[in-house]
Design a protein around this ligand. Sequence first.
Ligand code: GLN
Length: 550
Amino acid sequence: MPEKKLKFIVIAGSIMSGLGKGIVSSSIAKLLQARGFKVTQIKFDGYLNVDCGTMNPFRHGEVFVLDDGTEVDMDFGTYERFLNMSLKGTNSITGGKLFQKIIEKERKGEFLGRDVQIVPHLTDEIKKWVVDAAKDNGADIVIIEIGGTIGDIENGYFVEAMRQMHFEQDNMVFVQLTYVPSLSPGEQKTKPTQHATRLLQSQGIQPDIIITREQEKLCEDSKKKISTYCNVAEDAVFDDPFLQTVYELPLSFEKQGVYQQLAKRLKLDEKKDPDLTEWKKRVRQIIEPKEAPLKIAIVGKYTAVKDAYVSVKEALVHSAAAVNCGLEVGWIEASDLEDTKLFDVGEVLSSYQGILVPGGYGERGIEGKIRAIEYARKRRVPYLGLCLGLQLMVAEYARHVCGMEGANSTEFNKKTEYPVIDLLPEQQQITKMGGTNRLGAYECTLKKGTIAYSAYKSEKVYERHRHRYEVNPSYVKALEEKGLVISGTHPKNNIVEIAEWKTSFGIATQAHIELTSRLEAPAPIFIEFMKAAREFRDKPSKTAAEDHGE
Ligand code: GLN
């Protein structure tokens, strides 16, 4: 049987970052997936880090983790949330990975006699990588996002590789995402778009489709100008409008006829109808929920940079929609809760119906998070802890219920008398930082009769991890004796994966369950959390009446 011809859609940026290329790429991918095509998404990142695992969330946003343990750019979270599928580490091609590969080859002598160059050696490597990754994912159509803006030194070799690929085959479409500012209402400026396209043209690429982000809807005149100056047909210039939720974008693109333009160029069936029924239903539940919003507090360390917790936020969006409630997220800086004179914990948290402590590293804000957890437990406010949020739930319980004063993680206090959280044994000898956390999907066995079991309705689940510390096995018995429920464990070495309170809704997972929450398949424990928050909201007097647990 002849090999099926792969098709490629390349999304390039323009003169400004932060326009939402990831969301545009995923929305395009969704329109194709909804028509039954097998799609996959690839991201080029020009930075010289092998992966973003060692980057600070303040600088780079969330570090996303795939099933296979690869630490990837947060755009992968968007891809997976839109497509409701798990991608592979090879879909992320970074400058660091490429150079590492090329230099390894050179040292082995694979280029013997040749001077090794960006063109053709690095660009050939990129083209081969793209095709291999697409085949590995069983894709018919590959959507490739070029990270960064056009004209960056960092991503120049990716742009060049795509230019060559386009020259070598006719099954490729270039989409450029640009920005159209308005100086005052009705005064749209297309010059930045014109320049951005010129820049791309100067690198040998003519975009087939232009999508514009703007402050106000693209007017006919601007559309015409962009078409004339950028060599793009008028019906191939599209709007990327402001929407209530990012999940609306595929629906907006569908209405505007983006698929038909892609189909024309990729020789696909233009008349093929999409199945977006489930997607539309979920989007409606976000935009017009039946019930009032649930107020959830995220008590974190990187709250000034919302991108640091994007998967947590999205998992809340998915699960609120699933229970048909609105959502209001409060961002609470954990270290603020440490200074009682400034902030009374109860005063800050009393208006919330759910408290969430997400993952994190380092000491800052730890005591504030513990205070928030103590408040949640004593006031019976539903609590959800993720990774560090599990470790601190255990430390709080040890301190205040088991009488282990000063119990802590050795990450924060090496000399604590009660090291209830300690380094994983395999972490003891590790000195290198990159890619050395316990990473990726691990099995977890669930105990029947627990919140975890009722959420998953299964005894065996897999969730993604990124951590170095664990609940110290030598304290598990003491914690259980005082009522902490260990509802999930890793079957091989009994790592505590999930813990719960008995007296009110409180659950925490060592895994980052937020990473696999998708609009069409929200994380099961998040749904339970939202149901508990709704119950707490509707019956506050009963559930919040008494303090307990001391
Ligand atoms: N710092 C903790 C650890 O390394 C938690 C990590 C996290 O929350 N991702 O185990």
